[in-house]
Design a protein around this ligand. Sequence first.
Ligand code: FES
Length: 577
Amino acid sequence: MARQRLKPEELRSYRWFGGSDLAATGHHSRALQMGYAREDFLGKPVIGIINTWSDINPCHAHFRARAEEVKRGVWQAGGFPVEMPAIALAEPFQKPSTMLYRNFLAMEAEELLRSYPVDGAVLMGGCDKTTPALIMGATSMGLPFIYMPAGPMLRGNWRGEPLGSGTDRWRYWAELRAGQITEGDWQEVVDGIARSHGHCMTMGTASTMTSAAEALGLTLPGAASIPAADANHPRMATASGRRIVEMVWEDLRPSRILTAEAFDNAITAVHALSGSTNSLIHLIAMAGRAGVSLRLERFDQLARRVPVLANIRPAGQYLMEDFYYAGGLRALLNEITPLLNAGCLTVNGRTLGENIATAKIHNTDVIRTREKALSQSGGLAVLRGNLAPDGAVIKPLAAEPRLLKHTGPAVVFSDYADMRGRIDADDLPVDENSVLVMQNAGPLGAPGMPEWGQLPIPKKLLRKGVRDMVRISDARMSGTSYGTCVLHVSPEAYIGGPLALVRDGDLIELDVAARKLELKVSAEELAKRKAAWKPRPPHYARGYGAVFSQHVTQADQGCDFDFLHHGPPTPDPDTHH
Ligand code: FES
């Protein structure tokens, strides 16, 4: 049965602009002050365009122009666009980690939408944490919204060879340290690796999360794959602006889109893309905001049946620009339609199945068919054991296969500074069978759970030709990284998790096929060490850091703030003053 369209007086913004009392006319006068006429805003859906543009975020450098293009669509459809800037979360520059501020942006987005006369929103993000943050906040607010992804940057280039952001930076840095390339070569790599605006063009967290947003049904079909510099990108921005106005009239809220089945679609897409390990944390947090209970095991269950089809670095060969030309996410999803909940509703009012039905793969090396998959399963694996009672994560395809079942002695670093200070020391007692362990790099310990999980290979082993080792930490890892890195160990060392109890020389067993991560130390000995363990002092005595420290949850629960993912709905503000 067709749903009723809203009437103008049913718009949320009507409570600010409707009628002629003192409050309403006060709001009119201030809109008029900006040069708008009453015809511009009265009776029209007000569309908040949350823009994470900043001079410090290269991934969103095109967002000033894109915001205008979204507005063009809003005007065309009879809405009233209002651009609202929000914190940019620039991955390369913000320290100690943008993860410290993901929930900050989520709160900002939610409160912007709540406290202003907004009927619907276009969320402009792309650089890693901006996608989950904006979606978390807007989901909690519950108004109709469309996610507008920034789009990947163009391929990097060095002497005609394509370069992938992050992935090839780590690779050539290791070659420089091993003496295989010169300082001049390295500078050329630096010059060529980021050639246009847009987010990282490897299958890092940005491409993973924008693709997950599309699979959830939160973007226009095909939006996540369009390179930022392609003329189709501004057209998509304008189409997003047009569509959100209709979504408001249709009252198409995220509660109708963000179901458990939609999250399964997002996880399935992430696995087929061999997406970033960060997606587990973010999707768990996003699901929590939608009232969907999502546990790590669901990722593992789905990983076992989803083939990896995207041949994109770091797990594969190509980059997002190639992926777009090969048909993009719609083509990939069409190839795995039987594994999806095709009936899920999306922001364009049609189902995911309808949106992908006609998409074709144009290059079967970039987007593999199911028969020629990079791997028939296993984009990500969830590990458990006495070293990670609440779980840990590994991306098997980014690891050297021989290390996926490995037992070796631990070389322990008590934190990141300790690791940096000693990793290249000639007297570090390490060989290629060692297991590198870093403690105190988790949500509370670092703080902010930075992407330190790809511990560097010690220089003396690099010189011997070693390029991968088992590495274990409670940190995250950039989705653009690679190696046998066990991440997100929970509970983290800083709160006394078993990771805090590991000592040099302890044997650690990793068995990915058995989903096992075991510290080969007796329970009695571990109990003794636990009794002697002393917590480190808190990082923050005041400010946002103190709020973060008091309320952030562990990685297996999504690192959301405890007070944000439960509790009764927050009431709308009183507008009569
Ligand atoms: Fe922004 Fe990688 S730095 S997405």
